[in-house]
Design a protein around this ligand. Structure first.
Ligand SMILES: Cc1cc2nc3c(=O)[nH]c(=O)nc-3n(C[C@H](O)[C@H](O)[C@H](O)COP(=O)(O)OP(=O)(O)OC[C@H]3O[C@@H](n4cnc5c(N)ncnc54)[C@H](O)[C@@H]3O)c2cc1C
Length: 408
């Protein structure tokens, strides 16, 4: 028999990933009693993420600089390779991205949320949503069959989307998922200390592979694909790719994690009566790079503000909470539309085309044209910023033609 807990929580959040904890922090700062339920016993573990994040966006969210140990490296360069080894490099005037230790970063956000007054319940799995008269009224916990009532439930469960499906909003678009393997390796060779290595084309069909070096000579190495076994692609990359195999020669894999990434763009409705969805569960992820931390945090803050408005009005209906969707759309949709097109274009390129695209970028100085870029999360806006430079006009014309051929 289910037991009802007597303390009503104003807000229950499912999941203490970055999206859930950041939302909790903002709710607590607004003075709202907030309880976060996390199935794992330790926040931030297991970590499945490369943690490669734009410094500009972290600054905007108040997360740069960060306490010692969270930032593992900073980057002012990226090298792109076709499967045959053709290389194109971008060197920026100053560091634009950094690699975070995701475990420490997640714990840091959760600690801030706790300091602001949120309560975290770790090792506590939410079994299902409590739905009455078409309203989400709280959650049912797995361990002790307890119902935790809440005025608004915020789903930040990540990619699983099991609880989201219970609301009838529909789950994530399975066709838009790529399947990733993320490893840590004990040594890399012949890499620039502040450059990210990116391997395109059939090295990782439907996405790309990455190598992110650390100052101590170790690195994060991973990839995602839209078909096949990512582990097999990783093995091929490490043993057959003309550049990568030299960079990782003799390296041992220390840890391996598997996880999916949603690339289809945000779901069209991330709210219902008494309910909001934030982060990966709502597919708030960049379709080009799979980066979800910045979009998840951005929407988490919006969710907290809208929840506060709804609680103040005493109206948690879908109509009131639809403001969340409007604000998230305003923040993300322009760039996501651009990135969805770009992803479709990138997926259409054969390996031979990758050779010619990267050679074109070298010949026309596209790297130089991009050298003062700072904003890499909002890629539609970034493109508007650089599109007037001669090299970019040539590149856009060339890529436009390729796009038209690929998508008649
Ligand atoms: C291989 C890989 C590399 C990536 N690299 C980057 C990168 O470089 N940069 C970037 O920005 N993004 C990256 N991402 C994406 C990024 O990891 C996600 O977008 C981000 O973690 C989403 O945060 P979240 O809080 O929505 O979900 P999550 O981080 O997945 O957190 C969800 C939390 O909910 C908990 N949970 C789930 N179900 C329940 C339940 N029923 N009850 C209680 N708790 C539950 C989980 O245990 C988890 O802690 C990468 C993803 C992958 C797979």
């Amino acid at each position: 028999m289910m037991q009802q807990e007597n303390k009503q929580s104003n807000i229950v959040i499912i999941g203490a990933g970055p999206a859930g904890s950041y939302t909790a922090r903002h709710l607590a700062m607004l003075g709202i009693k907030t309880d976060v339920y996390e199935e794992h016993h330790k926040i931030g573990l297991p970590s499945h993420c490369a943690g490669h994040i734009s410094i500009h966006s972290l600054k905007k969210l108040g997360y740069y600089p960060l306490p010692k140990g969270i930032i593992e490296n900073t980057f002012n360069a990226a090298n792109f390779y076709s499967p045959s080894g053709t290389k194109f490099s971008i060197h920026l005037k100053k560091p634009v991205t950094c690699a975070l230790n995701r475990t420490k970063f997640d714990q840091y956000i959760a600690d801030q949320a706790k300091q602001a007054g949120a309560t975290f319940h770790v090792g506590s799995t939410v079994k299902s949503l409590q739905i009455e008269n078409n309203y989400v009224k709280g959650v049912n916990l797995q361990d002790n069959n307890t119902i935790i009532p809440s005025k608004i439930t915020i789903d930040a469960e990540g990619i699983s989307s099991r609880l989201l499906r219970q609301t009838k909003l529909g789950g994530l678009d399975r066709k838009g998922l790529v399947y990733a393997v993320e490893t840590e390796i004990d040594q890399v060779h012949d890499v620039e200390p502040h450059a990210v290595e990116v391997y395109m084309g059939s090295s990782a069909p439907g996405f790309y592979a990455w190598l992110i070096p650390r100052p101590d000579g170790t690195a994060k190495l991973g990839l995602a694909t839209n078909h096949g076994n990512p582990q097999n692609y990783l093995k091929n990359l490490m043993t057959k790719h003309p550049v990568a195999k030299k960079q990782v020669k003799g390296a041992k894999i220390i840890t391996t994690n598997y996880h999916a990434i949603p690339l289809a763009g945000p779901i069209s409705q991330a709210y219902s009566n008494g309910f909001l969805a934030v982060g990966d569960v709502a597919s708030q992820v960049k379709p080009t790079t799979g980066g979800g931390v910045i979009f998840g945090l951005t929407c988490g803050k919006i969710a907290a503000d809208v929840a506060k408005t709804a609680l103040d009005l005493g109206d948690v209906s879908a109509k009131t909470l639809s403001l969340y969707q409007k604000r998230c759309n305003a923040a993300l949709n322009f760039d996501v539309t651009f990135m969805l097109r770009l992803r479709r274009f990138l997926n259409s390129l054969s390996d031979e085309r990758w050779d010619s695209v990267l050679r074109f970028c070298n010949r026309f100085g596209v790297g130089r044209a991009l050298s003062d870029v700072e904003e890499i999360d909002y890629q539609g806006r970034m493109m508007m910023h650089v599109a007037t430079k001669p090299a970019m006009i040539a590149a856009l014309g060339y890529f436009g033609l390729l796009y038209l051929f690929a998508n008649p």
